[in-house]
Design a protein around this ligand. Structure first.
Ligand code: SAH
Length: 233
């Protein structure tokens, strides 16, 4: 049986949940997305689940598709780019093993959603986008939504961000034919690269781990379907 305090805190949770639902009409859909698409499919990292519950995905897509923001699919964000399926964002975030003191590099800012998810788990996110219009709109959006520890750069992701290297984690959200060596070079010891790799027809999600002694271990996790990484200049 609940004691007095238990009842009070249960009541507090109920009141808070009700207020949140009233303040954010998408909260119920987001909760269902996390339960059915993410938790039910095996994502266990409590911090990743918390952040997927907290990030307003509908504010990262165009108004016309806002109603689809919490569906089990990728969505077009223009310029040939897509915001990945929620499950894939959660999986890649979990595989990166983010920690509070980490500095992370993302290639392929797109809408800024994956960067926003990471921003709540690490100390700083550096993200590179090759399409100038996307870089600009993501920068404005992240600023407006208060993700102040994300830096967006317009440029070619094949080069990474050498001035800020090494990174504790590197995530690619566009698929190169193979993992660029330059990016592995920019990875700190003990860190991971998480990336879709392959041709537009056939890709796999790959993890590359740089051990403390500098040795490299690589394995693939699942078949995936990302936009190809554009060749840089
Ligand atoms: N992470 C994004 C999804 C991005 S889709 C999100 O959460 O919304 C992949 C993105 O990679 C696209 O925006 C595309 O323009 C970008 N891209 C493709 N090739 C690139 C390259 N060589 N360097 C940097 N970005 C690239």
């Amino acid at each position: 049986m609940l004691g007095g305090t238990g009842r009070n805190s249960a009541m507090a949770v109920l009141v808070t949940a009700t207020l949140l639902l009233a303040a954010d009409p998408y909260a119920a859909r987001r909760e269902r997305m996390v339960q059915e698409q993410i938790e039910a499919r095996g994502i266990r990292n409590a911090d990743v689940l918390r952040v997927m519950r907290a990030t307003p995905r509908h504010l990262f897509v165009a108004e016309e598709v806002r109603g689809m923001a919490y569906e089990d699919c990728a969505l077009s964000i223009g310029y040939g780019a897509t915001i990945s399926q929620p499950q894939i964002v959660a999986l890649m975030t979990e595989l990166l093993e983010p920690a509070k003191n980490h500095r992370v590099l993302e290639i392929g800012t797109g809408s800024g959603y994956q960067a926003a998810v990471l921003a709540q788990l690490v100390s700083r996110v550096y993200t590179v986008e090759i399409v100038p219009q996307l870089a600009r709109s993501a920068r404005q959006r992240l600023l407006r939504l208060g993700y102040s520890n994300v830096v967006v750069r317009e440029g070619d992701g094949y080069k990474g961000w050498p001035e800020e290297a090494p990174f504790d984690g590197i995530i690619l959200t566009a698929a190169p034919p193979k993992i660029p060596q330059m990016l592995v070079d920019e990875l700190a010891r003990g860190g991971r690269v998480v990336a879709p790799v392959g041709s537009p027809e056939q890709q796999e999600l790959v993890v590359v781990e740089k051990k403390r002694d500098g040795a490299i271990r690589r394995w693939s996790v699942a078949p995936v379907n990302f936009v190809p990484m554009k060749p840089g200049n």
